[in-house]
Design a protein around this ligand. Structure first.
Ligand code: GRF
Length: 205
C-alpha cells in the first residue's frame, strides 16, 4: 500500500503540475498530493492547485528577509513536516532550495529540465531561454532530463532522459511545445516509479 505524500513546488504556469494531478486521477501516481509550495502567489500553478483542492503555501525570501539560511530552511521544513511529505517534485520552480531542505530530503527531491543535461543548464537557463539556446547552438536533438536535486543548479544525479526531435523549421515556441509534451508524459511516469521505490524502502526500514 502506498501512503506517501508528494509536494509539488512551482513558480510558473504549472502545466507539469497539471499533468501530475491528471496522472494521480488516472491512478498512475498513487501518492497523495496535498501540497503546492510556491514563491509566486499569482502564478498559474496556484490556480490549478485551488481548482484541485491542493493546499497552497507561499514561501518567499521577500517575506522573510531577516532569516538566516537555517531559519529560512526551517520555514519550509515545518510545512513539509506538517504535511508529512516524502517526495518533493520541482515543476518549474525558479528558486534554489535552501540548503537544509536539500540536506534533509536527500534523494527525495527531483526536478525536470527541458533539455539534455549537462548541456544547456545553469543560471538563466530556464523556460524559453533553454530552447533558444538549443536552436542557436544548432544541435540536431534536444530532450528532457529528470534528475535529483542537490545544492548546485541542475547538477544532481540523472534519473531519466528522453530525446526530442528538432525539426528544420522549429522556432523556440514550437520546440518548447514539443518538449513540454514529453515532460507531461514522462514526469508522472518517473514519479510513479520513484514512489514505488520510496514506499518499498519505507516499509523495509
Ligand atoms: C518546464 O519546461 C520544466 O522543464 C522547467 O520549467 C518549465 C515549467 O513549465 N523546469 P510548467 O510551469 O510546468 O508549464
Amino acid at each position: 500500500m502506498n501512503n506517501l505524500n508528494i509536494s509539488v513546488f512551482a513558480s510558473g504556469g504549472g502545466s507539469n503540475f497539471k499533468a501530475i494531478l491528471k496522472a494521480k486521477r488516472n491512478g498512475i501516481i498513487k501518492s497523495n498530493i496535498p501540497l503546492l509550495i510556491t514563491n509566486n502567489s499569482h502564478c498559474g500553478a496556484v490556480e490549478i492547485a485551488k481548482k484541485n483542492s491542493v493546499n497552497v503555501v507561499h514561501i518567499s525570501r521577500k517575506v522573510y528577509p531577516d532569516l538566516d539560511e537555517k531559519e529560512y530552511s526551517q520555514v519550509f521544513l515545518n510545512v513539509l513536516e506538517k504535511f508529512k511529505i516524502d517526495l518533493i517534485v520541482l515543476a518549474g520552480y525558479m528558486k534554489l532550495l535552501p540548503e537544509y531542505v536539500v540536506e534533509r530530503y536527500e534523494n527525495r527531491i527531483i526536478n525536470i529540465h527541458p533539455a539534455l543535461l549537462p548541456s544547456f543548464c545553469g543560471k538563466g537557463m530556464y523556460g524559453i531561454n533553454v530552447h533558444r539556446a538549443v536552436l542557436e547552438a544548432g544541435v540536431k536533438v534536444t530532450g528532457i532530463t529528470i534528475h535529483y536535486v542537490n545544492k548546485e543548479y541542475d547538477k544532481g544525479k540523472i534519473i531519466f532522459q528522453k530525446c526530442v526531435e528538432i525539426k528544420e523549421n522549429d522556432n523556440e515556441i514550437s520546440l518548447q511545445k514539443r518538449v513540454l509534451k514529453y515532460e507531461h508524459k514522462y514526469y508522472p511516469l518517473v514519479i510513479a516509479s520513484l514512489e514505488k521505490i520510496i514506499s518499498y524502502e519505507k516499509s523495509n526500514n
